[in-house]
Structure formats: structure tokens, C-alpha cells
Design a binder for this molecule. Structure first.
Ligand code: ATP
Ligand code: MG
Length: 916
């Protein structure tokens, strides 16, 4: 077989197992939406975790895939190796085949051998296998696997080696599924040993001289480890394998580095081209080239999966990787953004296998460039500051850069720790990373402390704490249970355990008093997770009667300190007393309005992800009785089609009347079932899960503490009222449901109907009618303007008969009909043109007021005439004022009846002016 392209290598892996009854499944997203404990997918098994835990199942028992992986955080962090060796990447693909309680060691081993030697044609002498032998002697040696290596493959028995727990025993966590594994390594040949000069060095599997490459890990999951460390055999045994795709391709393409494969070379070539480097230049700068190629892939894939650059969690990782690549670019000599070019190559080469890259091309490219530009602004400043810092420490012969210095570089210049570390290491210094983390934490604390909050007032807090302590001492809280979920009810019979007025405990309170009421337990929802608090009332009734003895209207329930909920309200009637038996009643209609908006928010969230893509993540939410507001990550304004589709999908889910289930669950179970949790939020061991959809096939599942409907049909109607941008990559949708949506539609329909009646057309013709009327109006206006001008012209012609001669100067003084001052001025132009030399005075009435314009030709201005003076004299007559230039001036007045008078006086005034 000739040399395979990487695409062919991937395809033959999938085909090989597909033809052995494996279902080909797509790679899961790099962002593990179902496991907030994991920053990024880092192995093929992530998406099948629930199956191994016995919590979920799949419709197949054999699967094959290639999984996008990132190893830059947590347990697997290969960042420091990337670029320095040729086998570790931040982003890579892991090929895997899976058996869920189906085939086991025999087939897994036999097929791996068949694939490598027969399909890929690797030479048998170069392959090595390792199996498990416990160095502590506590666990069984995996002779089963060793036996199959001998019986099912043609491997040289001397190439079967035994290794201990670190290399050959696999555990998902401290407890849970685990088992021995068998690793396949490839011998690149003695000439590739990097420690050839070292007399003590022995080349071996799991050594570190680069000669033996760990290629494929076959994990056999056969035990369940309990909290005491005891292993129990699993009823169903599983196979989980992972092969490094880039390593496989490098072997099959006969190159000694992953970077020389067709997965990386196109990127390296493109950068080389942009830099105008020779091959020698590339070799000289190989680390920078490798880092750029590696990080470029990671950047494109991360953004493709919806991650945006930022300061926390996975957003930080993206920012750090991108900036690190930019810094290496700067080192090569780039002085402008170039990473979008790199991402472009990644999209072109990987797009066919990973359509999300193609689909989000524009988003990826613009996000890369934006972040790169932002960074380049401060990069040089940051680097020169870092240089100063390092020079200073070198001068003092210190070896470690303190953490807070590194932190200030990030805080001020946006230089991530990893870059500071890179540069420091290039000069032989280290960075105190714990100190960096401490400085970062300290700043976060400060930021939190600076948040304004009503309850922060220390004095008030202390008082609440005392009250809580007193109530707890007397065992008054949590007394009457209301079952599992207090929010499943809206009224409850209980007692008042404390009353507060002005922050002080009081025995009783009367009409008009503003109070806080403490109950042992409450059905009032306390504002959280964006859902506003309930309102309602608390009242005491005489036995058997409907008229309360006293009543407090509750405006808000809040939790000033953990463990203490107060109902804030006003005493409406009677004297409220501590110790009284009461009914606490939530405003039911309002609660339902809120629940409609909250359940609709979950539907909206899931439909947005469905319509726009998995990169959509909740960034904020507000749920009130009147409307819902939902902020989410998305790079562009939603099109009319997208909005219509989202609205329709949500309403379809409403009409389908899906059940909404609220259950308490163990956190681990919830995430393994794919529940959406907000990254960065902390959740307890027990969580409340809200599921929407048919039992067993929910399409929306979120960790949520809010109040919800029982069925989606209760939403009634969902309607989006606005969509807008609220920051880089963030959109906001506001929507209404239920009564408010119905009201809105009713109101708008009746406006439409009235309009249709005025226009005398059917409702669905209103828009067309309006358009055609606008058209008619426009042409009518044009026509009117034309007619007016014609009219004015005609008047003007007639006027010319009235030109008189005053002391040898031609004067026209006349009243005209003109629609505006502009027209009036224009008419004086016409006259001046016609007279050649002369004086014009025109008057008209505009909006009930007299208006006058006077114009004098330049030759007469030279002879001392002045339009301004003339018009002011005339303005006197009509009771106003005016002014302008000697050639053209205008005036307004108050009395339209004096206009003719004024015009009649023009000849005399002119005469006076000539005489003076
Ligand atoms: P190594 O010891 O080489 O870091 P590992 O033991 O961490 O590998 P596994 O967790 O068993 O690797 O992952 C399965 C396979 O994925 C490995 O055999 C290897 O081929 C590949 N792999 C692991 N980490 C990386 C990486 N950072 N970049 C590229 N391929 C990797
Ligand atoms: Mg590793």
C-alpha cells in the first residue's frame, strides 16, 4: 500500500471497526457539556462515562470514533511538552474502539494487531506490548492479556513486557470503574534515540529517549473500586481504547515527528510563506513553528466548539493558548495579526472531517483576529516590562520570579502566566506559580468584596446572625416540614417565629408597619438564579372564619444570611404577633406567570442550542412575572429566519405539552446523564434537576432551583419581543409567555384590525395597502411641489407688470403666495435675474404670520442701498424684526393684516434711503 494521507488513515480505522459491527459515532464537543468537573474532553471515554458507571446505556454495544481532545489542564496537562517534543499536543485526536459488555481482551488484542500489521502494514518487529503486573503484589497479574498476545498475534514473545500501576492500571477516579491496560509501543529504530551519547542509557519501552513511541492504549475495565480501595468484579466488562492519531500518522508517513505529517505541514508551510523563511530558517525556529502549528489547531477547534477568549476556566485556556501562539509569532518576526491565516489552513484541512469548523468559519476567524489585535496592543509593553523584571532578578542572581510580579504582568499587560514562564525559562529562571495563584485569588476576593450589596452592612449582618442563633437555639426553624420541595406548594399553615421592625425583634406590629417575618419554613421563593422572589400574604384567622384577624402583605422574600429567610412586607390590618398560627400564601397567579417564563427559558435555551449550535451558552437570565430575559454566547445578530425558527420550535414544544419533571439527584449522576450545569458554578452533592421532555428522553435538562410548570402546555404562548447585542459575542433575547403574550397579541391584533378598517382592506392586506398609500403620498407630494412652483412662476410673471421706477431704480414690491421662506427667497432671485438691476420686496403669510424678504442687486448696494435696512423698516410696520446681508434680508412680524400696508410703504422707504 502506498503512503496514506491522514484522512485515509482515519477513515481506515473507522472502516476497520465498522466492518466488525461497531457503530461509528461522532466526536463529542471539546466542551464537555455534561461534566463541569472536566474543563475539556481529554480522552475518548469521556462521552461514554455514564455507560461505564452503569448509569446510562447506548443502543449499541460496539462503537468506534475519533475524539477531539485537549490536554492543557487538570490531571492531563501536556502544555510544557508541546513544541519541545514531537509527540505531545494540546489538541489532538484520539482514535478509539469500544465494547460495552460485549467483546473483551481476546478480540481487542487480536484486532489491534490485525489493524496495525495487516491494514497499516507496520513491521511486526517494531511493535511492543505491555501488560499489567502489580509491583505491590496486591492485584492479579494480567496473564489473560499476555496469553492473548501470545496466542492471537504474531508478536515476538520477548516484546511482551510487564509494567506496574503507573503505566498499566487505569482508573477513572478514586472510586469506580477501573482495570488493567495493555499498551502498544512502536520502535522508531536505534538511530532515533536522543540519548545516544549517554553511556548509562538503555533504550526501552516507556523510556524517555524518543525511540519508543506509545501509540495505543487498550483498557480493560473489569473492576469497581469501592471507597476502601477494594476491587469488585464488574458484571459487565468493557473495552476502552485510545490511539494517538497524529502519532499513528507520523509512523505511517515515515516521518519522525508528528509535525512532519500532512496534519501539521500545511500550517507550517503557510507560516513559512508569510514569513518568507527558508527551510533552514524554519529549522532554526522550530519550537516557535511547532507551537504555532499546535496552538493554531487548538484555537480553531476550541472556538469552533463555542469557547470565547476570557479570564476564567476554559475561556482563559483559549486566551492563553492564543496569546502564547501570538508571542511565538512575534518572536518569528510577525508584527501584525496572523493567526487567522493559520486557523484558515486548519479549517481547510480538517473541515471535511469536522463540519463545525466549516460551519463557524467566520466566527472562528473574526474571534481570532479580535483577540490577537487586543493582545498585540499591550504585548510589546508587557514583554519589555517582563524583560526589565527578569534583568533585575538576574542581576540579583535570583532564580525564581515571584508570583505577584508574574500576576501584575497579566493584570496590567494581559501577559498570561504561561508566557511569562516561557520567557523566564528561556533565560534560565522559574516562576513561583503558587504565588501567582495566590495573587490571582486575592484579586478575585477584592473584586467580590467590592460588590455593593444591601445586606453587607456589618451591623445589620450581625443582627441577623444573632436572630438566627436565637431561633436555632430554641429549635424554631425547619419545624413544619412541607416535604421534599417547598416550592411545589403555594400555601402553607405555620407559625410566626419572629417579627422584625427596623431590624429589631418585636413581639407585635400594627397597621402600616414595615416588617420582616420569619417562619419555620416557607413556600415563598427567594430570589435566586435570576428568578425574582414571590409575593403574597401572611395572615392569621379565627377558627372557622374567612376574615383574617391580621394580615401582612408580603412584597419580597429574601435571605440576608444563609439559613435565615425573611418575608418583607407591610401590616395591612390588625396586630400581627409572634407565635400566632398563620397561613402563608403565595400570589398564585403571579407564581404561575413566573413559572411560565422560567420553563420557557429552559425551552428557549435548548432551542437556541439546537438552532444556532452547541456554542450557545447561558450567560445570564432574569425571570419575572412580566417577561423573561436570556443572555447567551453567540457572535452575530440573529437573522429573521433564525428568530422565527427558534420561536416556532419553542411553541412546538409548548403544543406538544411535554411533562416537566423536577427531581433531587446526586450530582454525579446528574452530570453523567448530560444535565447542563453552568460552568464555574459550585453545586452541592445533591442537586435539583429540571427535565423537560418525554420520560426517558428529555431534550432539556438543567440544574436549576427555580419554580416550574408541570407541563409545557401551560406556557400557552411564547413570543420574542426583542433580540439585541449586549457585549462582545453576547446576545440578549427578551420574551413573554402566557397571559402577557396573549395580551400582547390581542392588543396588536386589534390595532391591526382598526388599521385595516381605516384603510378599508382585509387585515392581511394592511402592509401592502400601507406601502401603496405611502407610494401614492410620495407622488402626490411631488406633484404638489411641482404645482406650487408652477403657480409661483405664473404669479411672478404677472407681478413683473407691477415693477415701478423709484428715483430711477426698478422696484417690485408685491404680495405673493409662497409655501415657505425658501420659496420666497427663491422668488426674489427670479425677480433679480429678470430685472438685472433693482430692488425686490416680497411678502407672504406663513402659518398665520407675515413674512418679508428684500433683495438688492449688487450694483445698487454699491450705491448705498441695503436690503437689511429696508426690511427692518418694513418689519416695524408688521410689528416684528429682521435682518440679513445688504443683498438679501428677511423679516417676520406678528400682524398679518399689516402686510399689505408694509408693502405699500416700500417705495417711500426706498426713496428715503436714496435721498439720505
Ligand atoms: P503519554 O505517556 O505519551 O503522555 P498517555 O499515557 O498520557 O500518553 P493515554 O491517556 O493512554 O496517553 O492516551 C491514549 C493515547 O493518546 C496515547 O497512547 C497517545 O498515543 C495519545 N496521546 C496522549 N496524550 C497525547 C498528546 N498530548 N498529544 C498527542 N497524543 C497523545
Ligand atoms: Mg500523557
Amino acid at each position: 500500500m502506498g503512503e496514506l494521507t491522514s484522512a485515509e488513515v482515519r477513515q481506515s480505522f473507522l472502516d476497520f471497526f465498522a466492518s466488525r459491527d461497531h457503530t461509528v459515532v461522532p466526536s463529542a464537543s471539546l466542551v464537555p457539556h455534561d461534566d463541569p468537573t472536566l474543563l475539556f474532553s481529554n480522552a475518548g471515554m469521556n462521552q461514554f462515562k455514564d455507560v461505564f458507571l452503569g448509569l446510562g446505556s447506548r443502543p449499541y454495544t460496539r462503537a468506534v470514533d475519533t475524539q477531539k481532545c485537549m490536554r492543557v489542564s487538570g490531571k492531563h496537562n501536556d502544555l510544557e511538552d508541546v513544541g519541545r517534543d514531537s509527540t505531545h499536543h494540546t489538541f489532538f485526536e484520539m482514535l478509539g474502539n469500544w465494547s460495552f459488555g460485549d467483546y473483551y481482551k481476546k478480540e481487542a488484542i487480536a484486532w489491534s494487531w490485525e489493524l496495525l500489521t495487516e491494514v497499516y502494514g507496520l513491521s511486526e518487529e517494531r511493535l511492543w506490548a505491555t501488560v499489567f503486573r502489580d509491583e505491590l503484589g496486591a492485584l492479579e497479574t494480567d496473564e489473560e492479556a499476555a496469553g492473548y498476545w501470545r496466542s492471537e498475534t504474531g508478536i515476538d514473545p520477548a516484546h511482551i513486557l510487564y509494567f506496574g500501576r503507573k503505566d498499566n492500571f487505569w482508573e477513572m477516579a478514586d472510586t469506580g470503574p477501573c482495570g488493567p491496560c495493555s499498551e502498544i509501543s512502536y520502535d522508531r529504530g536505534p538511530e532515533t534515540c536522543e540519548c545516544a551519547g549517554d553511556p548509562d542509557h538503555v533504550c526501552q519501552v516507556n523510556g524517555d529517549c524518543g525511540r519508543f513511541v506509545e501509540l495505543w492504549n487498550l483498557v480493560f475495565i473489569q473492576y469497581d473500586k469501592d471507597a476502601d480501595g477494594n476491587l469488585h468484579p464488574l458484571p459487565a466488562k468493557h473495552v476502552d481504547t485510545g490511539m494517538g492519531f497524529e502519532r499513528l500518522v507520523s509512523i505511517l508517513q515515515g516521518v519522525n515527528s508528528n509535525y512532519r505529517t500532512d496534519l501539521f505541514m500545511p500550517i507550517i508551510r503557510r507560516v513559512q510563506e508569510m514569513m518568507g523563511h527558508t527551510d533552514e530558517d524554519v529549522e532554526e525556529n522550530i519550537t516557535a513553528y511547532r507551537v504555532i502549528a499546535d496552538h493554531g489547531r487548538a484555537i480553531a477547534f476550541l472556538i469552533g466548539d463555542g469557547v470565547l477568549p476570557g479570564n476564567e476556566g476554559r475561556n482563559y485556556v483559549l486566551r492563553m493558548i492564543l496569546r502564547r501562539a501570538a508571542r511565538f509569532g512575534r518572536q518569528l518576526g510577525f508584527d501584525r495579526p496572523f493567526l487567522a491565516e493559520v486557523a484558515q489552513v486548519v479549517i481547510e484541512t480538517m473541515g471535511p472531517q469536522f463540519p463545525e469548523l466549516e460551519a463557524r468559519r467566520q466566527f472562528i476567524l473574526s474571534t481570532v483576529t479580535q483577540e490577537e489585535e487586543r493582545f498585540l496592543h499591550t504585548l510589546d509593553l508587557g514583554l519589555s516590562r517582563l524583560d526589565e523584571v527578569l534583568t533585575e532578578y538576574e542581576a540579583e542572581s535570583r532564580e525564581v520570579v515571584p508570583g505577584d510580579a508574574a500576576f501584575r504582568l497579566y493584570d496590567t499587560f494581559g501577559l498570561p502566566l504561561e508566557i511569562t514562564r516561557d520567557v523566564a525559562q528561556e533565560r534560565g529562571l522559574n516562576v513561583d506559580e503558587d504565588g501567582y495563584q495566590a495573587a490571582l485569588e486575592e484579586q478575585r476576593e477584592r473584586a467580590r468584596g467590592a460588590e455593593p450589596s444591601q445586606a453587607r452592612d456589618e451591623e445589620t449582618l450581625r443582627r441577623y446572625m444573632e436572630i438566627l442563633a436565637r431561633l436555632q437555639e430554641r429549635d424554631l426553624l425547619g419545624a413544619d416540614g412541607v416535604g421534599h420541595d417547598p416550592y411545589s406548594v403555594t400555601e402553607l399553615e405555620t407559625t410566626v417565629v419572629a417579627l422584625l421592625r427596623d431590624g429589631e425583634l418585636v413581639k407585635s406590629a400594627t397597621g402600616g408597619d414595615q416588617v420582616e417575618v420569619v417562619l419555620p419554613v416557607t413556600c415563598f421563593y427567594v430570589e435566586s438564579g435570576g428568578q425574582v422572589s414571590d409575593t403574597g400574604f401572611i395572615a392569621a384567622y379565627p377558627p372557622g372564619e374567612d376574615e383574617p384577624i391580621w394580615e401582612i402583605e408580603v412584597q419580597e422574600a429574601r435571605q440576608p444570611i444563609p439559613g435565615l429567610i425573611v418575608h418583607v412586607g407591610v401590616v395591612k390590618q390588625g396586630r400581627a404577633r409572634t407565635g400566632d398560627a398563620v397561613w402563608a400564601v403565595v400570589n398564585y397567579e403571579r407564581r404561575m406567570d413566573i413559572a411560565r417564563n422560567h420553563t420557557a427559558t429552559h425551552l428557549l435555551h435548548s432551542e437556541l442550542r439546537y438552532v444556532l449550535g452547541e456554542h450557545v451558552q447561558q450567560a445570564g437570565s432574569l425571570v419575572t412575572p412580566g417577561r423573561l430575559r436570556f443572555d447567551f454566547t453567540h457572535p452575530a445578530m440573529l437573522t429573521e429566519d433564525e428568530l422565527a425558527l427558534v420561536t416556532r420550535s419553542v411553541n412546538d414544544a409548548v403544543l406538544a405539552n411535554y411533562p416537566v419533571q423536577v427531581v433531587q439527584e446526586r450530582y454525579r449522576q446528574a452530570v453523567s446523564e448530560g444535565v447542563i450545569a453552568l460552568f464555574g458554578e459550585k453545586y452541592g452533592d445533591d442537586v435539583r434537576v429540571v427535565r423537560v421532555g418525554l420520560p426517558g428522553e428529555p431534550f432539556s435538562q438543567e440544574l436549576c432551583g427555580g419554580t416550574h410548570l408541570d407541563e409545557t402546555g401551560e406556557i400557552g404562548l411564547f413570543h420574542i419581543i426583542s433580540e439585541e447585542g449586549v457585549g462582545a459575542g453576547l446576545r440578549r433575547i427578551e420574551a413573554v409567555t402566557g397571559r402577557v403574550a396573549v395580551d400582547l397579541v390581542e392588543r396588536q391584533l386589534s390595532v391591526l384590525q382598526r388599521t385595516a378598517a381605516y384603510l378599508n382592506v382585509a387585515s392581511d392586506e394592511v402592509d401592502r395597502k400601507a406601502l401603496s398609500l405611502l407610494g401614492e403620498l410620495q407622488s402626490a407630494r411631488k406633484e404638489i411641489a411641482g404645482l406650487q412652483e408652477k403657480l409661483a412662476r405664473r404669479e411672478f410673471e404677472a407681478m413683473l407688470d407691477h415693477v415701478q421706477s423709484v428715483a430711477g431704480v426698478s422696484l417690485l414690491s408685491a404680495r405673493v403666495t409662497a409655501p415657505s421662506m425658501d420659496m420666497l427667497r427663491e422668488m426674489t432671485d427670479w425677480v433679480r435675474d429678470r430685472l438685472g438691476s433693482g430692488v425686490v420686496v416680497l411678502g407672504t403669510v406663513l402659518a398665520g404670520r407675515p413674512a418679508l424678504v428684500a433683495a438688492v442687486t449688487p450694483d445698487l448696494v454699491e450705491r448705498g442701498l441695503d436690503a437689511g435696512r429696508l426690511v427692518r423698516g418694513l418689519a416695524d410696520v408688521v410689528g416684528g424684526g429682521g435682518g440679513g446681508k445688504p443683498t438679501l434680508a428677511q423679516a417676520g412680524g406678528r400682524d398679518p393684516n399689516r402686510l399689505d400696508d408694509a408693502l405699500r410703504q416700500a417705495p417711500r422707504m426706498l426713496e428715503d434711503m436714496m435721498a439720505s
